[in-house]
Design a protein around this ligand. Sequence first.
Ligand SMILES: [Zn+2]
Length: 110
Amino acid sequence: MPGDLIVALSDGNFISFAARWPTSQKALVGIKDFAFFPLTLPNVARNVIAHELGHAIGLRHNSDPAALMCGRPAPCRPDLFASPTEKYFPLTAQETATLRTMYPADWRPH
Ligand SMILES: [Zn+2]
């Protein structure tokens, strides 16, 4: 399938994921069906998608439960994104700096 970043919104029930091939600047994101827990919780789906897109562009997990990229081996799980108000969990200052290094203002895809 052509494309640099392919996002699959599935009808399946699995752990949402991102797979990345940095040398070819390709990535695949798979998001489980929103009908399955924990994507049924308010505010979770948007942050799971943002989290997986974060992996797709090169971010790894951290251990800050208030941050978007928290994940294994830290005990953060997607249900922690649940919130009665719509919000995106933030990147850390280090993650923002990492992205600015990876993708400077003059960065262009191959
Ligand atoms: Zn993750």
